[in-house]
Design a protein around this ligand. Structure first.
Ligand SMILES: [Fe+2]
Ligand SMILES: [Fe+2]
Length: 310
């Protein structure tokens, strides 16, 4: 490498900068545009909220479920983007005195994730303005980030790739095609999707780059770390499914018995596991990238761990 080796040898970093500049948006001017949420509308689409699991509820109650899940959807992204951004900033260190194009791509990535966290805080408050009080999301983004970042970089990058790929498939397969959704809610995830498309490419580039420096033993331990991270995500989902089911029961306007409360909580958990674990694990690009890095037996270990979360 020469002292002026500043040109990236991978054109995908440069392309991601171009796309990032082209799609860049502002929270108030482009996304919110002076609008408010309307409690008469559905927020999260049926394909993500697993509306079929709540078929025993009335139409109004089903809509309330989609609103609760929509609020949690925004909050979960705000939560995970804290550790994603910290890891991106850490990885940028590898490029400080090298590939300046890769460095710029990661700086833009970080800037966008800070903006997205601000967007999701705004959305949480705006949904809070139109729904009954009592909703809880007690997870501390910093505490979660500290725990996640204690795992190996490989595992954190694999989880991040998973998340940023499912963000895209959720939007294109479930949010965009649903004609009944709140237009404001839809726009939040349209604009988010526009910037996430670049992130998933950068996650893949950084994961493959980082992976090339690992020994087989380090990678094998990283696979265990990844499985532990997925387990930790599931712990978060179990807690939030309980909080959201309790909120639903308290605010749906009728008495909910113990047996029905359990059925509702189980339905919330199935929806959250679909949203944050299984839809990403099934993403073809995630499978393709991961299978290019790990052995078949490591892949089976991951599959076996996922199969326990049904
Ligand atoms: Fe984001
Ligand atoms: Fe992202």
């Amino acid at each position: 490498m020469t002292a002026i080796a500043t040109v990236s040898d991978n054109p995908r970093y440069a392309r991601s900068i171009e796309s990032s500049k082209r799609v860049r948006w502002d929270i108030e001017k482009d996304v919110i545009r002076g609008r408010r949420f309307d409690s008469a509308q559905k927020f999260l689409p049926d394909g993500l909220s697993l509306a079929g699991e709540f078929a025993f509820l009335s139409p109004d109650e089903k809509r309330f479920v989609s609103q609760i899940q929509g609020r949690t959807y925004a909050n979960i992204f705000g939560l995970v983007e804290r550790f994603i951004n910290a890891k991106v900033l850490e990885l940028s260190h590898d490029h400080w005195f090298g590939d300046q194009v890769a460095l710029e791509a990661l700086v833009r990535f970080s800037d966008e994730e800070l903006k997205h966290q601000a967007l999701f805080r705004r959305i949480d408050a705006m949904i809070g303005d139109v729904l009954p009080p009592g909703y809880r999301f007690d997870l501390d983004a910093n505490a979660v980030a500290h725990a996640v970042l204690g795992k190996s970089t490989w595992a954190v990058l694999a989880l991040t790739l998973d998340i940023e790929l499912f963000t895209q498939s959720h939007y294109s397969q479930s949010i965009a095609p649903d004609p009944e959704l709140s237009e404001l809610f839809k726009d939040v995830f349209l604009y988010h999707w526009k910037e996430e498309s670049q992130h998933a490419i950068l996650d893949e580039l950084e994961l493959v780059r980082h992976d090339a420096g690992l020994t087989a033993e380090q990678r094998d331990r990283a696979v265990d770390d990844f499985i532990e991270l997925v387990g930790a995500v599931d712990g978060i989902l179990q807690a939030q499914a309980k909080a959201d089911a309790d909120y639903f029961a308290a605010k749906c306007g009728r008495a909910v018995g113990e047996a029905e409360a359990q059925v509702i909580e189980a339905a919330f958990l199935r929806a959250y596991r679909w949203q944050y674990i299984h839809s990403g694990a099934q993403h073809p690009q995630f499978g393709k990238v991961l299978s290019g890095l790990i052995t078949e037996s490591q892949g089976r270990r991951i599959q076996a761990a996922l199969a326990t979360l049904q």
